[in-house]
Design a protein around this ligand. Structure first.
Ligand code: AP5
Ligand code: MG
Length: 187
């Protein structure tokens, strides 16, 4: 299965991804994790990305697309994957479509995790990642609303979008996701 996860910062994409890779035997591809690893390794990409990540802004599409393009063709992606935090702009989504047409590997579903903003702040305040300061969270939310939310319509038109209520315990939400994916597999 090839799945895209869309949701605002703190929606629980990473939390649910960990459960989903065990259940469905797919590979977790988080562009945020890849960029943090590159930053820690002090690579050129990592240092460039840090300027944007620290400010809560999206890293430019060309950097992200270079990071993800090779990754999708690697062996561990052939049995399916979960894209967590990518694509995040229309430009990224269109580039992904082109890659997938070329590889003849269409997406199966785009899952949106819906969580209200006040809940996002309290979740992220309890975590404490470098970009979890209130002013940076606010900017990440602006980026989400302005640059990522338009993807919901883009994937809705393709008939791929399934929205999941992201409020509740992680176990509740995982059940909603698996029920939605099981329903898709039966179609
Ligand atoms: P990224 O790493 O993708 O971060 P994000 O989208 O802001 O989301 P988070 O990872 O903070 O939240 P999550 O939805 O994974 O929630 P989690 O499960 O951790 O991106 C970081 C930065 O990298 C971006 O700002 C950008 O600069 C750059 N970047 C990355 N990809 C990019 C791209 N494609 N294009 C351009 N730039 C890109 O949960 C959050 C907290 O809530 C945790 O503490 C968790 O324990 C808790 N929690 C989870 N579920 C629940 C629940 N049900 N109830 C209560 N608490 C919960
Ligand atoms: Mg995450």
């Amino acid at each position: 299965m090839r799945i895209v996860f869309i949701g605002p910062p703190g929606a629980g994409k990473g939390t649910q991804a960990e459960r989903m890779i065990d259940r469905f035997g797919i590979t977790h591809l988080s562009t945020g994790d890849m960029l943090r690893a590159a930053r820690q390794a002090k690579t050129e990409v990592g240092c460039k990305a840090d300027e944007y990540m620290s400010a809560g802004q999206l890293v430019p599409d060309d950097i992200i697309l270079a990071v993800i393009a090779d990754r999708l063709t690697q062996d561990d992606c052939q049995g399916g994957y979960l894209l967590d935090g990518f694509p995040r702009t229309l430009g990224q989504a269109e580039a992904l479509d082109r890659m997938l047409v070329q590889q003849q590997t269409p997406l199966d579903v785009v899952l949106e995790l819906q969580v209200a903003e006040d809940e996002l702040f309290s979740r992220l305040a309890g975590r404490g990642r470098a970009d979890d300061k209130p002013e940076v969270i606010r900017q990440r939310l602006v980026a989400y609303r302005q640059q990522t939310q338009p993807l919901l319509e883009f994937y809705g038109k393709q008939g791929l979008l399934v929205s999941i209520d992201g409020l509740g315990t992680p176990e509740d939400i995982f059940e909603r996701i698996t029920a939605a994916l099981d329903a898709l597999e039966q179609d």
